[in-house]
Design a protein around this ligand. Structure first.
Ligand code: WQD
Length: 338
């Protein structure tokens, strides 16, 4: 069975390609390399022994998208990762985000709805919840007004898919709302490759420890939490990748209820910034150089998933601990920078 993975050379995309290949799927990757490298193909092949088919083009080119689907009429499913994902950048460049994250989604759905049967997995985010009123967060928690154009593209993207599914019974879709994916494949052949200064906590921790960054700034320790720092649900990227295969198989085996479903992908456990730092120090044996600074605008205080739906309905559960994830992130950082 041939599966298209857009953004398949990216962080979560590449780990998902590995898990798809492990399950015997034939994978075609489309990636414009704007936030990834073609070398990732070597890493995937080193793990699975199979080099995915790779087509380099920008999905914003509608004619290229149409041409691709003509040439791959035998696709059984699409997992759509390709999108811009930097919250801060989206505030400065909203039209780039609306074009790349929503215009492209429309082109994909226009092609998928021409097929007799289409299975579609959408990369969404816990960002849609904003600061949830109740914790842990369930999938029917209210979607809050987005704090950034990036978050808005995830909310609107889900609505576009839901509305399309309503009039397209031949389309079956699942939106997966990631909490905070971290870590790297245990083989140390693929991992996170942030371009420039990392915006996210874990790559900044590992880059500080390996000497690439001077010091980690902890954005505030005066929040109403146990140790004053923000709480998130950090989930191993391989667990997230495996969830995509489970979700795709649910659609392929027509086990889905209705043709549009949403699942949270988290561990169900919240960890504070300081707990993540202490986990890193435990697994690495390194003392991390950090300082407490002012809060980062837009940060929510606490976010962690209610995983009941994913565990019971999707039949998936995260298997790795925070220490497992931090150890894999550290192993990867040392390999890349070592
Ligand atoms: C986590 C915590 C920071 C960096 C982002 C996106 C979200 C999703 C996941 C795509 C926060 C603190 C961070 C640093 C710090 N991505 N922090 N110093 O903000 O929860 O979510 O990634 O879907 O859409 O917004 O992740 O890793 O940026 O921050 O103290 O140098 O670490 O304040 O409390 P976040 P993050």
């Amino acid at each position: 069975m041939k599966i298209l993975v857009t953004g398949g050379l990216g962080f979560i995309g590449s780990h998902t390609v590995v898990e798809l290949q492990n399950e015997g799927f034939e994978v075609v990757i489309i990636d414009n390399l704007s936030n990834s490298s073609e070398d990732v193909l070597d890493g995937i092949e080193a793990i699975t022994g199979i080099r995915p088919i790779f087509e380099k083009f920008d999905l914003r080119d509608k004619s290229d998208v149409q041409d691709f689907f003509k040439r791959h009429a035998d696709l059984e499913g699409v997992i759509h990762f390709a999108a811009s994902k930097a919250v801060g950048e989206s505030v400065d460049k909203p039209l780039l985000y609306y074009e790349n994250n929503l215009g492209v989604l429309v082109y994909m759905l226009q092609e998928l709805t021409k097929m007799d049967k289409a299975n579609f997995i959408f990369s969404s985010s816990c960002t849609v919840y904003g600061q949830a009123d109740e914790l842990p967060i369930t999938e029917d928690a209210p979607v809050k007004p987005a704090e950034s154009p990036y978050g808005n593209t995830k909310q609107i993207g889900e609505e576009i898919i839901r509305d399309t599914c309503k009039i397209s019974p031949q389309l079956a879709a699942i939106a997966l709302r990631y909490f905070n994916p971290i870590g790297a494949h245990p083989s140390v052949e693929i991992g996170e490759l942030p371009l420039g200064i990392p915006q996210n906590l874990v790559p900044f921790i590992t880059q500080t420890a390996v000497g690439l960054r001077e010091q980690l700034s902890v954005f505030g320790d005066d929040y109403p939490t146990n140790d004053g720092t923000c709480i998130r649900d950090y989930i191993h990227v391989v667990d997230v990748a495996k969830a995509h295969v489970v979700a795709l198989q649910r659609l392929l085996n027509q086990k889905n209820e209705g043709n549009y479903e949403v699942f949270n992908l988290g561990t169900g456990t919240g960890s504070s910034v300081l707990e993540v730092i202490h986990s890193f120090e435990r697994v690495s044996g390194e003392k991390l150089n950090y300082k407490i600074v002012d809060r980062r605008p837009g940060d929510v205080i606490k976010a962690y998933a209610d995983t009941t739906n994913a565990n019971k309905v999707l039949g998936w559960k995260a298997g790795s601990t925070l220490d497992d994830s931090m150890k894999s992130a550290w192993d990867w950082e040392r390999k890349v920078r070592g």
